[in-house]
Design a protein around this ligand. Structure first.
Ligand code: CMP
Length: 231
């Protein structure tokens, strides 16, 4: 764990849109409530089934939220990129952690303990709304995954993952590009094998629905959406 002063934590809090417009003195109070941690690639920020009473604000880097089966298979639930938050579920319902959260790059997080949550919400009421909005978004996402697993084959599921990730990139950066996800990672998001994911990605590239450039995949959003709807 790295010790950072309040002065060093304040700009990190300010980089999170939800806190950006808080007055400096409130940011300073909030900085006194959170603990700064820097973790290397591969580190477990949260381990499934453990008890935990902190939630985390991700201020830089990317994490993977995933489940591991006893025989070592992995199902990635989601990838979160800063600014984001996670670990709020155990904090709200006092149940064990629902999933592993693993750093896929070096990450910086700010941990907020359950005992400080209501004080933090008093300083920034939007935090409460953000927590509810995230839970609702994750539930919708999980319903869509369940629907895909129950009703659709691997091709459809891979196309859905490509469409979701590329659409998020288009909304955030104006380009429908998938960067930094390996075929294995795409496969674990779709609940299929790496080999199947690679075969489907090659076939979509051959049909011109996507274009692969090194480790980047550029997606023709309209054509991919048409393909999904035609299935
Ligand atoms: P918690 O259960 O405390 O610890 C694991 C965290 O992973 C959980 O809180 C959520 O913040 C996060 N999480 C669980 N499921 C999902 C999901 N489907 N998508 C994104 N994040 C999730």
């Amino acid at each position: 764990m790295t010790t950072e002063t309040r002065e060093q934590i304040v700009p990190k809090l300010r980089s999170i849109p939800m806190f950006a417009d808080l007055p400096s003195e409130d940011l300073d109070t909030l900085a006194g409530m959170v603990q700064y941690r820097q973790l290397p690639k591969g580190a477990f920020v949260i381990t499934q089934n453990e008890r935990g009473s902190s939630m985390f604000l991700l201020v830089s880097g990317r994490v993977k939220v995933s489940l591991a089966s006893p025989d070592g298979k992995e199902l990635a639930l989601n990838y979160l990129e800063a600014p984001a938050h996670f670990g709020e579920m155990s904090l709200v319902d006092a149940e064990p952690r629902s999933a592993d959260v693993i750093a896929v790059t070096e990450v910086e997080v700010l941990a907020l303990d359950a005992k400080d949550l209501s004080e933090a919400i008093k300083l920034q009421p939007r935090l409460a709304l953000a927590l509810i909005a995230t839970l609702s978004r994750r539930l919708r996402h999980t319903i869509a995954r369940l629907e895909d697993l129950a009703f659709h084959d691997a091709t459809h599921r891979i196309m859905r993952v490509l469409l979701n990730v590329a659409t998020a990139s288009y909304e955030a950066r104006g380009v429908p590009v998938i960067a930094g996800l390996t075929h294995y990672e795409i496969a674990t998001l779709a609940g299929t094998s790496r080999e199947t994911a690679s075969r489907i990605i090659s076939s979509l590239a051959k049909d011109g629905v996507i274009a692969t450039k090194g480790r980047r995949i550029v997606v023709d959003l309209l054509r991919l959406r048409d393909r999904l709807e035609a299935e």
